[in-house]
Design a binder for this molecule. Structure first.
Ligand SMILES: Nc1ncnc2c1ncn2[C@@H]1O[C@H](COP(=O)(O)OP(=O)(O)OP(=O)(O)O)[C@@H](O)[C@H]1O
Length: 251
């Protein structure tokens, strides 16, 4: 089953001075359910632009995004907001937790946005917190947690409503390497054990090596795709490094 299809996506930013910048140029790809996809590319290559368009947070100047069988460009802002809440989960570089709320309240939030919390929903929150090894942290506040724990709470919040697609924007960008590894293992485990579908934007080859498929962007265009295939993670990492140096040589 296909979760996401991006067709001939184009984004032109018009600056106030009148100059146009082509941030995404004819990008097409599809994502099957259960895929762990990474999108890589140097700074300015269009990664965040692509993520924002996939999330329906911005509108393309050409082409389309089809998420869970719905063409996002045909939806009103209100319909888009509903699609986002229902089908997407978000994990950000800087966690985006709400400081006045406890861990449990933060994770409950996506379930209570549209209605009052009920018993089964609290049970679901506790199940997800336990799944992520946070059962004993549920009454703490974000500032009482380490960065890695805060990111795991953010992941719990992103998956609590069982989204069709989990979007992560540089999720290890603010973490040290040991903590990054724990977060990446968490994603890999959600993919392996729960069949989660993920799109992770990263410029870090180590983070990307946890994915099974990588799209590489350069100057707004897709220029390479790597599939992990039968490689183990270290062998895949080496192939990513080789592909990146080939890109630099070509630049
Ligand atoms: N609102 C905007 N108006 C004009 N240009 C923009 C706007 N947003 C992004 N751009 C330009 O579009 C290009 C792609 O930006 P984008 O943020 O998608 O890149 P990125 O790959 O996510 O970079 P980084 O890794 O640094 O976050 C860049 O050249 C950027 O300067």
């Amino acid at each position: 089953m296909e979760i996401l299809r991006v067709e001939h996506l184009q984004k032109v930013y018009q600056s106030r001075g009148g100059a146009a910048h082509l941030a995404l140029d004819d990008v097409s790809f599809a994502v099957e359910a259960g895929t762990f996809l990474a999108v890589m590319g140097p700074s300015g290559s269009g990664k965040t632009t692509l993520l924002n368009l996939v999330a329906g947070l911005d509108r393309p100047t050409g082409g389309s995004v089809i998420l869970a069988d719905q063409r996002l460009d045909r939806l009103s802002e209100e319909q888009l907001a509903r699609v986002r809440r229902r089908y997407l989960g978000f994990v950000f570089q800087d966690f985006h937790l709400l400081d006045p709320l406890t861990v449990e309240e933060n994770v409950l939030l996506p379930l209570t946005l549209e209605r009052a919390a009920r018993e089964p929903e609290i049970a679901r929150v506790r199940e997800v917190l336990a799944r992520l090894g946070l059962a004993d942290k549920r009454d703490r506040f974000p500032f009482e947690l380490s960065g890695g724990e805060q990111q795991r709470v953010a992941i719990a919040r992103a998956i609590v409503h069982r989204p069709a697609l989990l979007l992560a924007d540089e999720p290890t960008g603010n973490l040290d390497s040991a903590t990054s590894r724990i977060i990446l293992e968490t994603f890999a485990d959600l993919h392996r054990a729960d069949g989660a579908t993920m799109l992770m934007v990263t410029h870090d080859p180590f983070a990307a090596s946890y994915a099974e498929r990588i799209l590489m962007l350069k100057d707004g265009r897709l220029y390479a795709e790597l599939l992990r295939g039968a490689d183990d993670r270290p062998a895949f990492y080496q192939r990513i490094i080789d592909a990146l140096s080939a890109l630099e040589v070509a630049a």
